[in-house]
Design a protein around this ligand. Structure first.
Ligand SMILES: Nc1ncnc2c1ncn2[C@@H]1O[C@H](COP(=O)(O)OP(=O)(O)OP(=O)(O)O)[C@@H](O)[C@H]1O
Length: 591
């Protein structure tokens, strides 16, 4: 059930039980002699099904220096915040200590006077909130990071201003809104909603759903709910994750406006359905947070999200929209919902990848070349576990998963065709270290915080800058270093320049010729958003040839039928089937 998954998720990070997997650890820790290593590396490239001893899985872990936060206020409407390393946090994950993200300029804009940014927890959290402070410390959080100081300042301003936040992946946006939210909620709701018993009215104080955190996927909702619980544990705030079980409890409680919930974490489809069914209302909702806002107000979710935002009509409503990316179009749309005195906060370069991720592009020639490259990179120890591998469709995720299983990898696959229970289980096993690799679709590109990931592989070239930034942002989180390898083939040529430019702007090395490629046309960009490049199967030539044969056969049968019809004859027995499956790539947008 979700609660156990949540506990694991809330612990964050894919760390290994080193005792349990001691044998494997010894096998991969590089203790073996070199000649043995080399022999096994050859084995894997030959697809032997054995694991190469030379893989340096778990061998390396990022450690970073200490940190401190400095705030510089400029005379104009811009506020600069710098965060340098100085003090180490006491996270309980020994392999992946939390460190501050690198120093980055923070720009605040909006009508004057702009709210001030906070520099430390002491400024934000009154000492009376000892439980909150204890929970933060317990989670290894002893310092306020740049984005958190800025967002707290904006959210806590007494004018109740809306906030738009664009800050890099892994920079701590979740706590940036959860902390001020907890402080603003102040006293817990006076009506208690118990998912198992039904709501019970205590008095006529503040009631309903006081705040909503909306996110695009179930996995992210689980993770954020975990963060909410960690932050608020020991307090009497009522929190709820809207999922099947709690949804049923709400539905049978028949208390639409009466639910006493302080923080509700939900995905758009479920929340919208509950509102439509009259099982939930937003009359009491003061705070609406849209995490991954550009995705939420994009075409896939807009039909559900728009009525939710429009329904946020509390007299003292405050909206906060956050993402690591916010292109001009979505930003213009977002602004239509934000109050005129809204504050815009941008950390670092807008729409840029995290500066702690080193990015590489690798030409692979063909689909077969990509599979070979992956095997070689594994064998060469370039992909220390845990590794996240992105592909562009469900079909391809299943194919690559099969290939890696055949190679003897401890691999899982997560995509929208799997049940939520299956997805939760696989993610949990990955976090626990039982799985070394996860083949995933776009579904897993946003928000998920796997602390131990050092490398992300874009097996299939991402179709938009946003997708690239979010995918590679699963590595190099919270100030730790990481890297991303993006494979490309000739098919990806037209979009190569765009990604090369993104890489260059974040200080990574790119071949000059890539920057001189023609710009992708507007039409192509549009097309890419709608549908990814069509690719040959992952498994190589065999399957493709079989498919080609089938296609030729179909064409021959069709031609023969036409001839017969023309000559007045009867149709061929069995006729041409309308067998689909031409391998059109499907973008996995499932919730
Ligand atoms: N002040 C802090 N001190 C120590 N660790 C922190 C602090 N703030 C956040 N973290 C940790 O940093 C990691 C990244 O934070 P978070 O998931 O909020 O990033 P994000 O900016 O939302 O990224 P994304 O854009 O990918 O969703 C988490 O593991 C979180 O626990």
């Amino acid at each position: 059930m979700a609660s156990s998954a949540f506990q694991l998720l809330s612990m964050g990070g894919a760390s290994f039980n080193k005792q349990k997997y001691k044998k494997d650890l010894d096998l991969f820790s590089g203790k073996q002699n070199k000649s043995k290593k080399q022999k096994k590396e050859v084995d894997i490239s030959a697809n032997s099904g054995h694991l190469p001893a030379g893989l340096d899985f778990f061998g390396s872990s990022a450690a970073a220096g200490p940190s401190s936060t400095k705030v510089k206020t400029e005379k104009t409407s811009k506020v600069k915040v710098e965060a340098d390393s100085e003090e180490e946090s006491d996270s309980d994950e020994e392999d992946v200590p939390s460190v501050a993200p690198p120093s980055q300029k923070i720009n605040l804009s909006g009508p004057e006077p702009l709210p001030r940014s906070f520099a430390s927890f002491d400024e934000v959290v009154p000492s009376s909130h000892s439980v909150l402070l204890r929970n933060l410390r317990k989670d290894g959080i002893t310092q306020l990071w740049g984005v958190q100081g800025a967002v707290s300042g904006a959210m806590m301003a007494k004018e109740q201003r809306d906030v738009l936040v664009i800050a890099p992946t892994g920079s701590g946006k979740t706590l940036s809104y959860l902390l001020p939210l907890a402080l603003k909620l102040d006293q817990p709701c006076r009506i208690a909603f118990n998912a198992h018993k039904k709501a019970e009215t205590k008095d006529a104080g503040e009631q309903g759903i006081r705040s909503i955190v909306l996110v695009p996927t179930h996995e992210l909702a689980l993770q954020i709910y975990g963060e909410v619980q960690k932050l608020l544990q020991g307090n009497t705030w009522r929190t709820l994750l809207l999922e099947k079980s709690t949804e049923m409890a709400i539905a049978t409680s028949g208390q639409a406006g009466q639910l006493g919930i302080d923080v509700l974490v939900a995905t758009p489809e479920r929340l919208h359905a509950m509102i439509e069914a009259g099982k939930v209302d937003m009359k009491g909702t003061r705070y609406l947070i849209l995490d991954e806002a550009d995705r939420l107000i994009g075409p896939d979710f807009l039909p559900q999200v728009e009525p939710i935002i429009d329904g946020h009509t509390h007299a003292r409503a405050q909206k906060v929209m956050l993402s690591a990316t916010m292109e001009a179009g979505p930003e213009a749309l977002a602004r239509t919902w934000l109050k005129d005195d809204g504050v815009r906060i941008v950390v670092g370069l807008k729409d840029a990848p995290s500066t702690t991720v080193t990015q590489h592009l690798q030409f692979c020639g063909s689909e077969m070349g990509k599979l070979l490259a992956l095997r070689n990179d594994i064998a060469a120890g370039k992909l220390p576990a845990p590794v996240l591998i992105f592909v562009q469709s469900i079909e391809r995720a299943n194919e690559l998963y099969q290939e890696l299983v055949m190679d003897g990898m401890r691999v899982g696959a997560v995509h929208g065709e799997k049940s939520k229970a299956e997805r939760e289980k696989t993610v949990r096993e990955f976090r626990e270290g039982k799985l070394w690799m996860l083949v995933v679709t776009e579904l897993m590109a946003r928000g998920l915080d796997f602390k131990g990931i050092e490398v992300v592989v874009n097996y299939d070239f991402p179709q938009t800058v946003g997708s690239y930034v979010h995918r590679i942002g699963r590595a190099g989180r919270a100030g730790r270093t990481g890297s991303a390898i993006t494979y490309f083939t000739l098919e990806d040529g037209p979009y190569l320049r765009t990604i090369a430019n993104v890489m260059k702007s974040s200080g990574c090395k790119v071949e000059p010729w890539m920057l001189e490629l023609p710009k992708p046309s507007k039409n192509l960009k549009k097309e890419r958003r709608r549908k990814p490049v069509e690719r040959k199967d992952i498994g190589g030539a065999g399957k493709n040839l079989a498919r080609k044969d089938a296609k030729n056969r179909r064409a021959m049968i069709e031609a023969s039928m036409k001839r017969k019809l023309k000559s007045g004859g009867k149709t061929a027995a069995g006729g041409a089937s309308s067998e689909g499956g031409a391998g059109t790539a499907e973008v996995d947008l499932s919730e």
